[in-house]
Design a protein around this ligand. Structure first.
Ligand SMILES: N[C@@H](CCC(=O)N[C@@H](CSC=O)C(=O)NCC(=O)O)C(=O)O
Length: 286
């Protein structure tokens, strides 16, 4: 494996590792975190983090390792964008927290100068996930994807753009209709261009409404806090709800009073997401 181990830490009988590797797709070094449960992985959950996050954020703040260990789930936590001097030097890469570094939006940019390194879709789907699956001896039937906010957008869009790549799908407070919200409009304009014809292919609600068949017959789990300051302006869960209803996709959209957009909310619902994925993989849930 061409992964350089940065650190490893015992965790609930398994091991939490942090790696660096030279990414062919990104053209730069990338970091990621991988939790391997005791006894080896029976399944793999990819969790994509949100704006401003790194591979450390979900790993250190969500508290997912305890239940992952019980379920036999490995957890893969990628970074949220390319980083380094070559990226920091790009105009606009560091000026705001919702674009550029820490804000890769899990797509392949088509617009210069972003198209050179901002290739998070190809990085994940053609490079990192296949390499980690091979390392763990797992295939798509034992791989699920989830994410938070921008990462929820990433999980939904990568799953819908790549039929058969994942057996299970969930999201926490996802950006569900990026073509309609300020975060998404800014990212899509910068990375994909102002021509909106290119946007529906990266918009979860548009993708869902266009599915020729129900993509996740076991249902999709989405949790949303109602005290989330980004809910009305940025997230649009009702657009995903409507799109799922249009094609007959079961969506378990749970709205929670009193929870905001942060990691206290994620930590409060993450066990249910791990169980959802384990069940879809045919692993025994508690
Ligand atoms: N700096 C921002 C807040 C940024 C923020 O809330 N990021 C979220 C993801 S938002 C959508 O993708 C996050 O997960 N942050 C990491 C954390 O540890 O909470 C501001 O000033 O509002």
């Amino acid at each position: 494996m061409n992964f350089e181990l940065i650190s490893e830490h015992g965790s609930f009988g398994g091991v939490q590792r942090f790696y660096r590797h030279a990414s062919q797709q990104i053209g730069l070094p990338m970091r990621f975190a991988l939790y391997v449960p005791p006894g080896g992985a029976k399944g793999l959950l990819v969790f994509l983090a949100g704006l401003t996050c790194t591979e450390e954020t979900f790993t250190m703040k969500a508290g997912a390792q305890r239940r992952a260990a019980e379920l036999g789930l490995a957890l893969l936590m990628p970074d949220t964008s390319p980083r380094g001097e070559a990226v920091s030097a790009l105009p606009g890469a560091t000026e705001s927290w919702d674009f550029g570094i820490g804000a890769g939006f899990y797509l392949d940019a088509t617009q210069a100068p972003w198209d050179r390194h901002f290739r998070m879709d190809s990085y994940l789907m053609k490079e990192l996930i296949p390499q980690v699956q091979a390392e763990l001896g797992l295939d798509a039937a034992r791989t699920g994807i989830s994410g938070h906010s921008m990462g929820g957008h990433g999980a939904l869009t990568l799953a819908l753009r790549n039929p058969g790549a994942f057996v299970s799908l969930s999201a926490i407070a996802p950006i569900a209709a990026p073509s309609r919200c300020p975060w998404g409009v800014k990212a899509f304009t910068g990375y994909l261009g102002a021509d909106r014809d290119a946007w529906p292919a990266h918009d979860a609600s548009a993708l869902m409404a266009a599915q020729p068949r129900v993509p996740y017959p076991g249902g999709i789990l989405v949790d949303q806090g109602l005290a989330d300051k980004f809910l009305v302006e940025q997230l649009y869960p009702e657009a995903l709800e409507s799109a799922c209803a249009t094609i007959g996709q079961d969506l378990f959209l749970r709205r929670h009073d009193g929870y905001d957009h942060g990691y206290y909310f994620i930590a409060s619902v993450i066990d249910d997401h791990l169980i959802h994925h384990a069940r879809q993989m045919g692993l025994q849930g508690r």
